[in-house]
Design a protein around this ligand. Sequence first.
Ligand code: UT7
Length: 334
Amino acid sequence: MQNKIQAAITGVGGYVPEYRLTNKELEALVETNDEWIRSRTGVEERRILKGEGKGTSDLGAPAVVELLTKRGIDPMEIDCLICCTVTPDMTFPATANIICDKIGAKNAFSFDLGAACSGFLYGVTMGASLIESGRYKKVVVVGADKMSSIIDYSDRTTCILFGDGAGAVLLEQSHEEGYGVLDSLLKSDGSGAKYLHMKAGGSVKPATMETVAAKEHYVYQEGQAVFKSAVTGMANASYELITRNNLKGEDIAWLVPHQANKRIIDATANRMGISSDKVMLNIQRYGNTTSGTIPLCLWEWENQLKKGDNIVLAAFGGGFTWGATLLKWAYDPK
Ligand code: UT7
C-alpha cells in the first residue's frame, strides 16, 4: 500500500505596513490611556496601511512574494492560493484572485476563506488536505486583514485592539514521514455571531445612507462575552489536541496563539502547562491582525524554529470559530 502523503509548511513570509498607530495617538482620539490598553490587552502599537486605493491584497501580495523569493519559487509553480480574510478588497471577486494577479500566479486556482480570527487555522487545514489528496504540489495559505478599514476610531472598545498585516506559508509534501501538519481540531458555533459581527453591508442589511450614518459597517463586539468564550475555547481545543496526540506541555516547543488579548494567551498557555518563554507574542507590536496573527508570528520566529519542534497553533474568533493545529516543524532555518 502506498504511504499516506503528509503536508508540511516549507516556507514562511510576512508583511506589515510602515505606519505605527501608538497608544499615545489613540489617547487623542478616544477616552483611553496607555496603561489601560497595555494592562487589559497587551497592545502597545499596531500597524496601519495608509494610502488611497490600498486594500488587503496590498498586504497579502508582498507577504507571498517574500515567501516565494526566500524559497526561490516561481509564482507560476503555485497550484492553489487560499486567502483567509474578513476584510476582502471587495465583496467579489475573491482577494485571493487579486493577489494571484498581482504576483503573477497564473496557474493557481484561488479562493477566499472566511473564518475570522481562526481563518489561518482553517486555511492550513484545507491547504494540507489538498496536498494530502496527491493532486496538488504547492499550496499557499495567506492570512491577511486590513482591519483599519472596518474599525470605528471613535469606539474605544475596539479601536485599541486591531491592526493591519499579513503572513503566508507554503504547503508541500513533507520529505520525511511524521513531519508537517499532524492534526487539527477545528470548531464553529454560529450562535456566537451576536457577540462579534458587522451589522450592515451583507445581504441581510445592504448598505444604505442610514446604515452608514448609524456606523453599522464597523466591527461590533461585546468584549466580555467574547473574552469568556475565547479563554475556554482556545485553551480547551489546544489541551484536547495535544492530549489526543499523547503530548504534554513540556513536549511542545512553541505555542503560536492568535493575538487578540494577552490575558487569553496566558490562560491558554497555563492550561497546557507551557511556560511563557515558549509562547510567541507580538501583540504588543501589531495588535490583533485577525487572519494575520499566527503566520506573522511564524514569520518573525522562523529563524528560531528547529526541525522536529512540536508546534501548536491556536485561535478563537468571530463566528464563533476556534481550534488548534499540531505541527512537527519540517525544516531548519537556513
Ligand atoms: O480576535 C477576535 C476575538 N476577540 C477577542 O478575543 C477579544 C475579547 N475581549 C477582550 O479582549 C476584552 O473584553 C476587551 C479588551 C475588549 C475589554 O477588556 P475587559 O477587561 O473585558 O473590559 P470591560 O469591557 O469589562 O470594561 C472594563 C472597564 C469599563 O469601565 P467601567 O464600566 O468598569 O467603568 C469600560 O468602559 O474598562 C472600560 N473601558 C476602557 N477604559 C479605557 C473599555 N474600553 C476602554 C478603553 N480605555 N479602551
